[in-house]
Design a protein around this ligand. Structure first.
Ligand SMILES: C[S@@+](CC[C@H](N)C(=O)[O-])C[C@H]1O[C@@H](n2cnc3c(N)ncnc32)[C@H](O)[C@@H]1O
Length: 235
């Protein structure tokens, strides 16, 4: 039987990027953009690119659509993001929330999210997104015990992912999603011997999630790889 996957070529990647419907949620007024990445997000990406090579940290446009879609499909009201940078993924997540929903953004820097804040305002999301600046481990540990979430996105320091997972999982409601970015490490996770600490940490987490009975997990080859995990009822 032939392998059940389609290898990505630059042309096919271009096709995929051209055929998604953007991150605009149902509650944002006005016509849908004709482009998969709407004007506001394009401007934010452009503004972020002025920071130089570090702008590579932004999620891709179709990842943004997928985040928004999953937030909306799960009816999430309370979301949390670990690793906000200039706030592109934050806009995508916040756009998918139910009316009145909230997104808590955690980033060690408050300078990078400051680039995104005017865009959050323009998107009408300033009352939806709250930034908590500081090391995410400390931020998560300091949250009140009763604070729970329907959706979590982790896209910060790779060696911290497992700690964020263990701190977030008890705060997730049953069926809540927790999503991790960069889980393919440019394809290096499939190498026999990994030495780079970020690669080793991500490989270890991929192995752990696949066996972890608290979640249902699937690793998708979207951009640099997304692990999408659903917290099981008894998780
Ligand atoms: C890949 S970027 C996030 C990109 C963002 N999700 C987007 O696509 O719009 C990673 C972010 O994690 C933050 N970060 C790194 N270490 C951190 C830590 N220990 N605690 C909180 N944030 C951290 C960095 O400051 C950076 O903004």
């Amino acid at each position: 039987m032939p392998a059940k996957f389609t290898s990505l070529t630059p042309a096919l990647h271009h096709y995929i990027m051209a055929h998604h419907s953007g991150s605009r949620g149902d509650s944002q007024p006005g016509p849908r953009s004709a482009e998969p990445e709407d004007e506001l997000l394009r401007e934010l990406r452009h503004e972020t690119e002025k920071l130089g090579g570090i702008s590579q940290m932004l999620i891709s446009a179709e990842q943004g659509t997928l985040l928004s879609l999953l937030v909306a499909a799960t009816g999430a009201r309370a979301a949390i993001e670990v690793g906000t940078f200039t706030g592109y993924s934050a806009i995508c997540i916040a756009r998918g929330l139910m009316p009145g929903g909230t997104l808590l953004c955690c980033d060690i820097s408050d300078e990078w999210p400051a680039v995104g804040r005017p865009f959050w305002q323009r998107a009408g999301l300033e009352g939806t997104i709250e930034l908590r600046a500081g090391d995410a481990t400390q931020t998560l540990q300091a949250l009140p015990p009763e604070q729970v979430f329907d959706f979590a996105f982790v896209d910060a320091d790779k060696t911290g992912y497992d700690t964020y997972y263990e701190l977030l999982l008890p705060r997730l409601k049953p069926n809540a999603l927790i999503i991790f970015d960069n889980m393919l490490r440019d394809g290096r996770v499939a190498n026999e011997s990994l030495t780079e600490p970020d690669d080793v940490a991500i490989d270890a987490l991929n192995r752990k999630l696949a066996r972890d009975e608290r979640v249902q997990a699937v690793l998708l080859p979207v951009a640099d790889g997304l692990q999408i995990c659903r917290k099981r009822a008894a998780g």
